[in-house]
Design a protein around this ligand. Structure first.
Ligand code: FUC
Length: 808
């Protein structure tokens, strides 16, 4: 089905009407319905709340489509509309108290620790203490007279075309609306059509929750919304913004009265919505939003709807179609998406922790496949070359005061957004993260110098549109390894793509400067002689009976060790900075090592303070297991086993993203059933009817994390065979939940070392795998206890293996 002209059949197809939900009718509709719904979220009623609406996004623009009949709301966003303005968040004089704080922490008494935290709060916290907030832009409001009583209603989001569609009929006349956000054309497009000529009648308004905004008309067919963001926290005016919506009809008329457009007796109408702000970059907001919006509109206004649509679909599918997945299907897959989620919710899984209890909630395997693809869809929709990166809500937000300001939280959430980027073959979506790193190198260098008299750059646990890098909120802002974690993404990009120009021009400079920061920041612990982070803490966790600050948390040291490893390897590979490599190598040997505690657990802190069965949402000390690649049985069996003890203590997730982190962690230790249990609990307990993830409120990270996690259950490639070259081991189906997904196919996943991998399995066993070498690197392929070594591969060649790993 494509295009407005083909909708007649759809509207009157009994498979999509209410009648079809009756049992008898279902029988005759089953097959086409299931096939048609494979990549669709769909509903039999409009969204009432924002959390039920369906998202479309072009990276820069996002919209939530409610699918109302008499009254339709399309809420939209633009990725640079934030409160605030360019600023340096470092509190003047912050560096003056650093040594005193360190001394107090080293003293280690309850009183001295309390003093260190008080002093930090007073003198080192950012100014202001909170960073700025992502903002909603506006709403299109359409009114369709007489469309209160409708039949054959359906609204859907097709992940394959990235089009949200609403269809229904009124007194036998069919109507169809399509909405998409076009990356190539930089606009949100709405098309409203009916096969009965001259039946499209509606009025259109545009407004915004910003009190400073006003909407005016222009000519007969355009509305212009302008405004400026007011920051209620410090009562300042910031970014100026403008959106324009133009209506083009086929047949009929469009007229304007004040700020309302009215379409009468048209065959179809297309709404072209553009939006822009005065943001030029994080240091400059002198742009002209009106000129930008006019230019965006000029680009699309003479392009026919079908051309806009075709170009949008082609652009989306170029990324989206690289991976296909089939985990099997069942009766449940015929139901509307909200009903499928409700079924999972009702099958409540008891939280018994620690546990090895498994679940056989396998009634709807297709829902897991849909959810996997939804995460990819959401990343394509929220992060494209040239846009801001995906924030806590992707690009979708209706609130003036969104939870955690809808920023970029770098002690897990921001990085989790990008877990699907390389592995699920949408590497381009990773670009905005690398762009923000370029900015953070500049703002983070100022912070490193002013707060710590250090070279290089530092990022604490959050950043925003203004590239804030100082510690925010409270003492848990005191965490210096956000930048090190971002560097991990650059290194991973190189491992997946082998792009040496990227390594040399973008990754290495960022890694080198981040390493320089730590060379200067780390201090020697007098008792042990090791280099430690101080002040710092393990994200958002206070050791039992103590205060938050403690040196050398396991995660800190893992991230720094990994950063030094990558930097040394990259410098050596690029033939650069020999002396620097020697310095780093020497410092690396002195980094405080991971510790195994009295219960056999990997210690979260430098001392053995862990409480057994601490089920905290953060999995920080397990960074080396995932997303890091350091903890493998091959590299260090003792640490790997200790990590497993801690993982078991942590038990089930709580927030959506904490399930999303547990999925790949359990996959990395090969426990398919527990990984699956986390996925199912996330779907049952932390998933909205539109499949958006819930932290408490909606938060996109859990969607992205789960998609990365599902991929990790099916394919892993983090074990390095030869540390001197890009020679990895690919593990096929390392954590396949056999009872839930006995048969399946996945095509197009990426592996480190530059490989594309497809697999089919039957009765829980690998049937066939196809491994395409993209760079000509060697690779080992493992399935179960079998390993095949491909010591040389031919670039561009596909190696087909059977279930015994014999090359076909
Ligand atoms: C961290 C988490 C919270 C939330 C916030 C955005 O502070 O601990 O659960 O996800 O980030």
């Amino acid at each position: 089905m494509s295009g407005p002209l083909s909708f007649v059949a759809r509207v009157f197809n009994p498979c999509v009407s209410r009648v079809c939900l009756g049992a008898a009718a279902l029988m005759s509709c089953v097959v086409p319905q299931v096939i048609a719904n494979d990549l669709k979220l769909w509903y039999a009623q409009p969204a009432v709340k924002w959390e039920e609406a369906l998202p479309v996004g072009s990276g820069r623009l996002g919209a939530m489509v409610f699918g109302g009949t008499a009254a339709e709301r399309i809420q939209f966003n633009e990725d640079t509309l934030w409160t605030g303005h360019p600023r340096d968040y470092v509190r003047p004089g912050a560096g003056e108290v650093l040594e005193e704080i360190r001394r107090l922490i080293n003293e280690g008494t309850e009183e001295s620790l309390k003093k260190s935290e008080d002093l930090f709060r007073e003198r080192m916290m950012s100014d202001p203490r909170r960073q700025k907030a992502y903002q909603p832009f506006g709403d299109l409001r359409l009114t369709f007279p007489g469309h209160d009583d409708v039949a054959d209603y359906r609204r859907e989001l097709d992940l394959d075309t990235a089009i949200a569609k609403t269809t229904y009929s009124v007194n036998g006349t069919g109507y169809e609306r399509e909405v998409f956000a076009s990356y190539p054309d930089n606009a949100i497009i709405v098309n409203i059509a009916s096969p009965a000529n001259g039946k499209v009648n509606f009025s259109l308004k545009m407004d915004s929750p910003h009190k400073t905004s006003k909407t005016e008309g222009e000519g007969d067919n355009t509305l212009v919304l302008t405004g400026q963001v007011h920051d209620p926290i410090d009562d300042t005016m910031g970014l100026r913004f403008q959106s324009r919506v133009k209506v083009i009809t086929s047949g009929g008329d469009v007229t304007r009265s004040g700020d309302t457009l009215t379409v009468a007796n048209a065959n179809s109408a297309t709404l072209l919505l553009v939006a822009a702000t005065s943001f030029v970059n994080w240091q400059d907001i002198s742009g002209d939003p009106a000129a930008k919006a006019q230019a965006h509109l000029a680009k699309v206004e003479s392009k026919p709807y079908q051309a806009l649509r075709t170009d949008h679909i082609a652009d989306h599918q170029k990324l989206f179609r690289r991976v296909t997945i089939d985990l099997g299907t069942s009766e449940a897959a015929k139901l509307p998406t909200n009903e499928r989620i409700n079924i999972v919710r009702r099958q409540s899984v008891p939280t018994t922790r620690p546990t090895t209890q498994t679940t056989s909630l396998d009634a709807d395997p297709q829902l897991a496949a849909l959810y996997f693809q939804y995460g990819r869809y959401m990343l394509i929709g929220a992060s494209r070359p040239g846009t801001q990166p995906a924030n806590l809500q992707g690009v979708w937000n209706e609130l003036m005061n969104p939870p955690w300001e809808s920023k970029f939280t770098t002690n897990i959430n921001f990085q989790m957004n990008y877990w699907p980027a390389e592995l699920t073959n949408i590497s381009e979506t990773h670009e905005p993260m690398f762009d923000i790193i370029d900015d953070l190198r500049v703002s983070g260098a100022r912070t490193a110098k002013a707060m710590y008299a250090s070279r290089g750059w530092v990022l604490h646990h959050n950043t925003d549109l203004w590239r804030g890098t100082a510690p925010i909120n409270n003492i848990d802002g005191m965490w210096v390894v956000g930048g090190a974690w971002l560097c991990h993404h650059m290194w991973e990009r190189y491992q997946f793509t082998g792009d040496k120009a990227f390594l040399e021009q973008r990754a290495y400079p960022a890694m080198k400067e981040a390493s320089e920061f730590f060379l200067d920041f780390l201090t020697k612990d007098e008792k042990t002689g090791y280099l430690v982070t101080n002040p710092s803490h393990s994200p958002e966790q206070t050791p039992p009976g103590r205060l938050l600050f403690s040196p050398a948390a396991a995660m800190d040291m893992q991230l720094i060790r990994a950063l030094f490893d990558y930097t040394i390897e990259a410098a050596t590979l690029l033939g650069k900075d020999e002396e620097f490599v020697q310095q780093l190598t020497a410092a690396h040997k002195q980094l405080y090592p991971d510790q195994v505690g009295q219960h056999g657990q990997l210690q979260e802190w430098w001392q053995d303070w862990d409480a057994p069965n601490n089920a905290h949402r953060h999995m920080s000390p397990l960074w080396g297991l995932y997303p890091g690649t350091q903890f493998t049985p091959e590299a260090d069996p003792k640490i790997y086993e200790a990590a497993k003890v801690l993982l078991k203590w942590r038990g089930d997730g709580s927030t959506g993203w904490s399930f999303g982190w547990r999925i790949p962690l359990w996959a990395r230790v090969g426990d398919a059933e527990f990984a699956y249990r986390q996925l199912w609990m996330q779907l049952g307990r932390r998933t909205l009817p539109n499949l958006f993830d819930l932290c408490g409120p909606y938060q996109a990270d859990g969607n992205y994390g789960a998609t990365g996690g599902i991929a990790e259950m099916l394919l892993q490639s983090h074990v390095r065979v030869d540390p001197k070259q890009q020679y990895y081991r690919i593990d096929l189906l390392p954590a396949l939940p056999v009872s839930a997904w006995p048969n399946g196919t996945i095509k197009g996943l990426r592996a480190r070392g530059g490989f594309e991998v497809s697999m089919t399995w039957e009765d829980g066993k690998l049937k066939q795998a196809a491994v395409t070498s993209l760079l000509g690197n060697p690779v080992n392929v493992r399935y179960g206890d079998k390993v095949v070594e491909l010591k040389s591969t031919e670039k561009g060649k596909t190696y087909t293996l059977n279930g015994d790993l014999a090359i076909q």
